[in-house]
Write a protein that binds this ligand. Structure first.
Ligand SMILES: Cc1ncc(COP(=O)(O)O)c(C=O)c1O
Length: 448
């Protein structure tokens, strides 16, 4: 079979046009919302919203569980779940409950703490096995703090990261993008994921403050799992060279109650989280080993009544009462061990059924999975690194076509990262719907 699996570029282009037309016809309300927001750049509240492969974005009217309804009344099975930020499902009822009944208590943002702080810290410590935590505004901010702290604690300049991983909108990891500070990327060594030899060479001069790694690459079309030797090398080489190991579980946390790193035997010095942790309200979290906590506390120290030195960390609206309450309830009521079990069982079922559909369709494609996250790659061999995870479509426009064809069949998947996220609120009917829509969309490609 050819790499393209016999699919023709002209057919993909033709179907893409047809699906765009169907989308325009079925979404006059979304188009109006887009038009009426013309005082916002690109007609959207935030430019990422324009990254979907549709003529204009959906305007959502209702979100509940794993379902969305747009302003035109079209209903969707949501397997995009905002790139895991809504991993537990859209918590209509929990959030409503918090906002209606809890907020009149401690407020939204006061600059002080609340009684929810202790239980949130204790929950994080119990799950992820790290005793001390600092909250942040987002996962990006948690990673930024982790990297700065690592440099401050070790006194070293360099950072190691892996190609294909995404850790947020960090200046130094997007140094090639327009607008970056001069030399923003000079203190970063970018390596190939799953390559212990490259890692050993990069750490040898002991100039590296931190290695930042996702336990598995979750930000491409397919998921790249770590080889056991690579996971072991992350642990042993960072320890040997006095480098801090930052494990970014922002997305891979979908793998299980204790995160993906735990399953692969990673021993993080710092661990970062964000996204769904406060039921969708902005939050980030940075956990750390006891040995590093004292050093971190000294860097972050504010002297009461003394010179005001916040040392370049944090934001005014971090971890306000509303966020803390949402995090406490999300951790204890929504993402329970049972919820992870259910989510993983459903995603395994979906993985098997999509794999069977691909076999029926006789295509050289592959489903890879990490807990609740499933990736589709257009190649048979497992994805092992960032280059594989972000490989271009074998036929131009193929991923865009699949995305919009699924939208038009009532199924949303992630197209920023290209993957599917299963939620504990999904049912067998949702699984049936995505398999059915996928198979139907792909069959169209085979027609003359
Ligand atoms: C692994 C990982 N880390 C960090 C981030 C940054 O999260 P946020 O954009 O919510 O700050 C992301 C976002 O996709 C991510 O996938």
């Amino acid at each position: 079979m050819t790499a393209a699996g016999g699919l023709r570029a002209e057919r993909v282009a033709e179907l893409l046009d047809q699906e765009r037309e169907v989308y325009r016809r079925n979404h006059p309300g979304s188009e109006r919302v887009h038009r009426e927001a013309d005082h916002l750049l690109g007609g959207v509240p935030f430019h990422w919203v324009n990254a979907y492969a549709v003529p204009f974005p959906l305007a959502i009217a209702q979100a509940d569980g794993a379902h969305l309804v747009d302003v035109d009344g079209n209903a969707y099975h949501d397997f995009g779940l905002s790139g895991t930020a809504a991993m537990g499902g859209h918590h209509g009822s929990v959030l409503r409950d918090i906002i209606v009944s809890d907020v009149p208590g401690p407020g939204v943002v006061t600059g002080w703490t609340t009684e929810d702080a202790g239980p949130v810290g204790a929950q994080l410590a119990e799950r992820y096995g790290l005793p001390r935590w600092e909250l942040a505004l987002s996962a990006t901010e948690a990673n930024r703090a982790a990297i700065r702290l690592a440099r401050a604690i070790t006194g070293r300049p360099m950072l190691v990261a892996f190609r294909g991983a995404y850790h947020g909108s960090l200046e130094e990891l997007h140094a090639a993008a327009p607008g970056s500070a001069p030399a923003a990327g000079d203190a970063v060594r970018m390596l190939r994921f799953n390559d212990p030899g490259e890692l050993a060479a990069a750490l040898a001069d002991e100039q590296v403050a931190a290695v930042i790694a996702e336990p598995a690459l979750t930000n491409g079309g397919g998921v790249a799992l770590p080889d056991p030797e690579f996971a072991a090398a992350l642990n042993t080489l960072t320890k040997r060279h006095g480098t801090i190991l930052i494990v970014d579980e922002t997305q891979s946390g979908a793998a299980g109650y204790r995160g993906a790193g735990h399953e692969f035997g990673l021993e993080p010095d710092f661990l970062t989280l964000g996204k769904s942790l406060a039921a969708g309200l902005p939050i980030g979290a940075l956990g750390m080993r006891e040995e590093l906590a004292d050093a971190a506390a000294r860097v972050l120290e504010v002297h009461p009544g003394g010179p005001w030195s916040l040392a370049g960390y944090g934001a005014t609206v971090t971890a306000g009462p509303l966020t803390l309450r949402a995090a406490r309830r999300y951790l204890s009521e929504v993402m329970t061990p049972d919820a992870y079990d259910r989510m993983n069982q459903l995603s395994q079922e979906l993985s098997v059924r999509l794999t069977q559909a691909i076999a029926r369709l006789e295509l050289p494609w592959r489903i890879s999975s990490l807990g609740a996250i499933l990736g589709l790659s257009f190649r048979e061999e497992p994805v092992r690194d960032g280059e594989g995870a972000r490989a271009p479509d074998p036929v131009p426009g193929l991923r865009d076509y699949l995305f919009i064809a699924l939208v038009n069949r009532g199924v949303l998947v992630g197209n920023l990262g290209g993957y599917i996220v299963v939620s504990p609120t999904n049912t067998e009917r949702d699984i049936d719907a995505v398999v059915h829509a996928f198979e139907e969309a792909v069959r169209q490609l085979r027609l003359p």
